[in-house]
Design a protein around this ligand. Structure first.
Ligand code: ZN
Length: 138
């Protein structure tokens, strides 16, 4: 299996079978985001308890990258404290900007680093992360 195959499997798996997809009417935080250049939309629903993210769900539509990225992010942020979540989000931005970042914080999300070569795709992959930044910085 080539890296390209692994990468597309990874994207399609998260796109099709995300365990985080859904509308959470009981969430503590809700934030919407859109990437007009591709038509991607996302709404995040976050539940917090004692300073930790206990659940992160998303609803939206758009290209596979934007939706898969939301799923990967939700996997990563659930169970983290606000502080850890913010650190994770800023690390992801650093990675996409080509700056030094801590890959231990990013788990599977490091696979998205290759999108740096595709500037049009950066907005797709970062949509959920930027939306989460707005939700968690309030
Ligand atoms: Zn897109």
């Amino acid at each position: 299996m080539s890296f390209d195959d692994i990468y597309s499997d990874f994207i399609m798996h998260h796109y099709r079978n995300s365990g985080h997809r859904g509308i959470d009417k009981e969430s503590d935080l809700m934030e919407k985001g859109a990437n007009l250049s591709c038509g991607d939309e996302i709404t995040l629903f976050v539940r917090m308890k004692e300073g930790k993210i206990t659940s992160l769900a998303f609803d939206g539509h758009g290209c596979a990258i934007s939706q898969a990225s939301a799923s990967v992010m939700a996997d990563l942020l659930e169970g983290k404290t606000l502080e850890e979540a913010r650190k994770t989000l800023s690390n992801f931005s650093k990675m996409l900007r080509g700056e030094i970042f801590d890959e231990n914080l990013l788990g599977d999300a490091v696979l998205f680093e290759r999108l740096r070569e595709y500037p049009m795709r950066i907005k797709c992959v970062s949509l959920a992360w930027k939306t989460a930044e707005r939700a968690l910085m309030k």
